[in-house]
Structures are given as C-alpha cells and as structure tokens.
Design a protein around this ligand. Structure first.
Ligand code: ITT
Length: 184
C-alpha cells in the first residue's frame, strides 16, 4: 500500500478519498497543517499553490483537494468561494437565493493537487452536473450534499458508495490514481 499525505481540514474529504483510493492500493493520511488559500476565480491555482506549499513545508509527497459548487443561475456562485459561503450563508440561504428560479443546473467541481517536495505540482480535475434541489434532503455526506441532486436524489440521500461512484471527487481521484499508476 502506498501512503499519501492529504492536507485538508475536512475529515469528510479524507473519508471519501480513502474509500475511493483504497481500491487502487493507496492509503491516505490526513494532515491538518492547512495551507494559504489564494483568492482566485478558479479552483486550479488554489490547488496548485496549496500542493506545492504543503509538499515543501512537510517535505513529503502530498495531495490537496479544492472543491466548489458552481450554480448556473447564479453565474457560477459560490464557485471557489464555496467554503466561505457555506460557513456564512449555509444551504438554507442558498435555497432562498434560488427561490422561483427554474434553471436549477449546477456543477460540482473538484481539483486534486499533488506535489513532491521541490517538485512541480500536478492537477487532476473532475466534475459532476446536477441540480439544486427545492429543499434540503438527506442526512448523509457533508456541506452542500443535501441540496445537490443527481438523477433525482441528493448526495445527502445517497449511500456513501453511491456518491463515491458519481461524485466530482471520484472523477478527479480516478484521474489521479491512473496517473500515479502509470508514472510510479
Ligand atoms: P480544506 O480546504 O481544508 O480541504 P474545505 O472544507 O474548506 O476543506 P474547500 O476549500 O474545498 O474545502 O471548500 C469547499 C466547500 O464545498 C466546503 O464548504 C465543503 O464543505 C463543500 N464541499 C466540498 N466537497 C463537497 C462535497 O463532496 N459535497 C458537499 N459539499 C462539498
């Protein structure tokens, strides 16, 4: 088993990544050291900077995950500001913003950044298209899961394995695992 340090403060991400990567012989270990999150309009520069910063600080190979929910009717909001918006507004206020809106389309994106000490960061991205539900449903998952619907069910209503087969994180981690296998 290969072990990769996952720098994140979010234990839910670690749990999902562990489930997904265990199938390809990789274990992940959470490190909570944090990294400076750049204020950017896109996820990629945030993940790139974070991965390099953490690899150099810890002197270990690391991965980071920057994710965001992009709601079409809100012109991509909250996007890269998803963590801040979740903490300040939360799902109920997002639903309020979406009241009466017929275009419910939204995309969840995940960018995994991987870096070795002194090396260049590599990025792997994945996304899933869904809809913003009319109300919160389900108690599973975390964050925006109760309001993000794919094929009629919210991520919050799904079993963990089901979300982990469909999610933006699964798509990004699959790319990452394929690349790791080819390269190392
Ligand atoms: P780290 O930066 O420490 O990794 P974080 O939770 O702050 O953890 P992000 O900066 O990537 O993560 O913020 C993304 C926001 O979107 C945050 O509020 C998450 O709870 C939420 N989020 C990310 N992935 C999600 C998922 O799979 N389902 C639901 N919400 C998710």
């Amino acid at each position: 088993m290969r072990k990769i340090i996952f720098v994140t403060g979010n234990p839910h991400k670690v749990r999902e990544a562990s489930d997904i990567l265990s199938h390809v012989g990789i274990t992940v270990e959470q490190n909570n050291c944090g990294y400076p999150e750049l204020q950017e309009d896109e996820l990629e520069p945030i993940a790139r900077f974070g991965a390099r910063w953490a690899a150099d600080k810890l002197n270990r190979e690391v991965m980071v995950d920057d994710s965001g929910l992009f709601i079409e009717a809100l012109r991509g909001f909250p996007g890269p500001y998803s963590a801040y918006v979740f903490d300040t507004l939360g799902n109920a206020r997002i639903l309020k913003l979406m009241e009466g809106e017929t275009n419910r389309r939204a995309i969840f994106r995940c960018v995994i950044g991987y870096c070795r000490p002194g090396g260049e960061p590599y990025l792997f991205s994945g996304e899933v298209t869904g809809e913003i539900a009319d109300e919160m449903r389900g108690s599973g998952g975390f964050g925006y899961d109760p309001i993000f619907e794919v094929g009629g069910a919210t991520f919050g209503e799904m079993e963990e394995e089901e979300k982990n087969r469909l999610s933006h994180r699964y798509a990004a981690l699959s790319e990452f695992a394929r690349w790791l296998k080819e390269k190392y």
